[in-house]
Design a protein around this ligand. Structure first.
Ligand SMILES: [Zn+2]
Length: 374
């Protein structure tokens, strides 16, 4: 097998020349965390690939080798154009000349027992005519992040995690290398570990009388905010801390003007509350209802205190609460952090499971253990 592989490489590389400096790859953010769930271990980071050549390059292959603490190989997998071609690779198949591109790490979930001490990545690139080949290598050493703040779910009722921070979630796929974000000074993914919480009925629908005839649910949505179960429902402080930033004057019109970011880096949330947990962690509550603010900047809040109501201001398709934990109160040069919630229950059909402390993500249906709500 090894022989065949070498032969294959030789066949592809008649000159034997591989340029190692043409493409620079860096892993972002600087601190890469392991998040643990019932499904295993999750990594949430990206690569920025910088093509320093004067021609467009194809991304041919990405290979991951996982090593344990003794330096022994524990796992190897890859995506390429031949044996294991995939959406992950095809989504960003090429890098324009003299430019950088975001590449979302496609190796994101591992079984609980895999030792993730060192992750060695090898990237292979070629010119479009496949006459030149390039390589880049990078090592990543992720660490488990222990959330410092004791957190509870910030919404009560039958909550669906409409979009969380799994590999395909929109929060995770924030490409801040795009020109408009670079110009505005965004250098990180502040919403990397975000959640969009909505309140649903037993069928999982988020508004009354929802039609399933039209698959384009967004077009079929009601115009009245009040028809959404989430609209106006209380938002609770997920953890104790001090109120750092607030805004609640924007209408619940689901409109976001990127130009607003020039004066307020938090403007995409429309209305918001930021709680400083005074330990380097900040809780973010976005799209709160206009005029629903119950707290002031500088005020101390207790966990579970009602702080506002759910609305639909800013970059919001419909009423929902955007919540995330991050390492700063702003959005520029601020990164998301993994968060775990205490004392909630998972709704698994007719069965519910009480969770003392755990992770939630896209698709989960959860509630407070003592919600008192159906
Ligand atoms: Zn969100």
């Amino acid at each position: 097998m090894l022989f065949l592989f070498s032969f294959f490489l030789f066949f592809l590389l008649p000159t034997g020349d591989i340029n190692q400096t043409a493409v620079a790859v860096v892993a972002k953010p600087n601190n890469i965390y392991i998040e643990r769930s019932d499904a295993g271990q999750h990594l949430n980071f990206d690569f920025i690939m910088k093509n320093q050549t004067d021609e467009k390059l194809l991304i041919n292959k990405i290979e991951l080798s996982v090593y344990d603490e003794t330096g022994k190989l524990a796992r190897r997998e890859f995506y390429d154009e031949y044996g294991r071609n995939s959406l992950e690779l095809a989504a960003v198949p090429k890098i324009e000349k003299q430019s950088a591109t975001m590449f979302y790490n496609p190796f994101h979930t591992f079984a609980a027992g895999v030792p993730l001490k060192k992750l060695h990545y090898e990237f292979s690139f070629s010119s479009e005519d496949r006459k030149k080949y390039f390589k880049a290598e990078i090592d990543v050493a992720p660490v488990y992040y222990e959330t410092k703040t004791d957190l509870i779910l910030p919404v009560r009722g039958r909550i669906l995690v409409w979009d969380g921070h799994d590999y395909n979630s929109h929060h995770r796929r924030f490409d801040y290398t795009q020109e408009n974000f670079v110009k505005s000074g965004y250098k990180t993914n502040f919403q990397r570990y975000g959640y969009d919480f909505i309140i649903v009925d037993e069928q999982g629908l988020n508004y009354k009388g929802q039609s399933r005839v039209n698959d384009d649910w967004y077009q079929a949505r009601p115009d009245k905010m009040e028809d959404y179960y989430s609209f106006g429902e209380p938002i609770y402080a997920a953890g104790a801390g001090r109120v750092a930033f607030v805004q609640d004057t924007k209408p619940d019109d689901r409109k976001f003007n990127p130009a607003d970011l020039a004066t307020d880096e938090r403007a995409y949330a429309g209305n918001y509350i930021v709680i400083d947990h005074l330990n380097g962690e900040f809780s973010w509550f976005g799209h709160i209802k206009q005029g629903s603010l119950r707290v002031k900047v500088g005020q101390s809040v207790k966990q579970g205190e009602t702080i506002a109501a759910i609305g639909a201001a800013g970059s919001s398709l419909f009423p929902h609460l955007h919540y995330d934990l991050r390492n700063g109160g702003g959005a520029k040069e601020v990164e998301g952090l993994p968060s775990y919630f205490t004392n909630f229950k998972r709704i698994l059909g007719s069965r519910t499971v009480n969770v003392k402390r755990g992770q939630v993500d896209t698709g989960d249906i959860v509630d407070w253990q003592d919600s008192g709500k159906k």
